[in-house]
Design a protein around this ligand. Sequence first.
Ligand SMILES: *Cc1c(COP(=O)(O)O)cnc(C)c1O
Length: 365
Amino acid sequence: MREFIAIAKPLVGDEELSAIGEVLSSGMLTQGEVVKKFEDGFSRYLGVENSIAVSNGTVALDLAVKALGLKDGDEVISPAFTFIATANCILYQGLKPVFADVDERTFNLDPADLAEKITPKTKAVIGVHLYGQPFDLKGVQQVCQDHNLALIEDCAQAHGAEHHGKKVGSFATGCFSFYPTKNMTTGEGGMITTNDDAVAERLRLIRNHGDTGKYNHVLVGYNYRMTNIQGAIGQVQLGKLEEFIGRRLENAKYLSSHLKAKEITPPYVAKDIRHVYNQYVVRVEDDFPCTREDLMAYLQSKGVGSAIHYPKPVYDQPIYRDLGLKGSCPVAEDVSRRVLSLPVHPSLKKEDLEYIAQVINSYGG
Ligand SMILES: *Cc1c(COP(=O)(O)O)cnc(C)c1O
């Protein structure tokens, strides 16, 4: 029988295993030299001054917002169409999330709607490079500049993505995740990137109980450290990242040229950017012979995993409704009813891709 094709699959092997083994035998298990090396490698890869490793991507966003030093009642704008962590990190700091709409083709922040959502209380914007495609950095940066707003890049899905030849996470404060479904993994893990040395120093202190060394605590910090075990996996994965991305690009190219139904719209790729396909997301249009949910069930019955990233705008999640944070983003509402993520991960074989395309093309006979 054919093996089920999962929507995501981390690709780890013997190199990671032996790197973990070295850490275990060294006895230096938590944050130390191994994490430092991973951070330095990450900075070199991205072309940034500072990388600060933390426990996960949510913590990276939490600290990036915290480092802005905003006050109660200040507003921070997030796209309405993203994973919930993007907006939650605004709530963690007692700030008010305000939702901006997205572009119907790229699913990313729409600079025009972003400008519309600005009020005198707006202090910052979190842009998301959704699915691995950079958002319109030029447009968003211009709006931020015009209104004196700080910018944070949620790069959780976009390691290695580029905008005009420059890597995401190097334009503003970047926040990465190394969760197993992302383009590289450390099990759980995260990274904050910045060219501002003072911000980096503050983030390093907050990460480790405000300790300047030898139990001298200068601010109320946390334990948000990454372990050397994660750092060792991260170093190996970083070395493989370009190969992983190369395979994702090939897989995406195959799918885009082999999905035949005209009612299935393949991913749109904006000009002068490098999309790294953390997710391969099609739009199932209204005139497709069945609903998106029926198509998912059919794929599942044929042994092909798929997923909906994400089924509703953040502001329609129960907790955001309860908090009275309802937004108004018609495009986000529309695309959340159409998007469907198909497998694109680097473990897929040629025959898996052929099979996925064949199953979708055969729908309805
Ligand atoms: C995965 C993800 C996060 C959170 O990262 P974790 O490591 O799972 O905490 C944040 N934002 C986006 C867009 C993500 O995809």
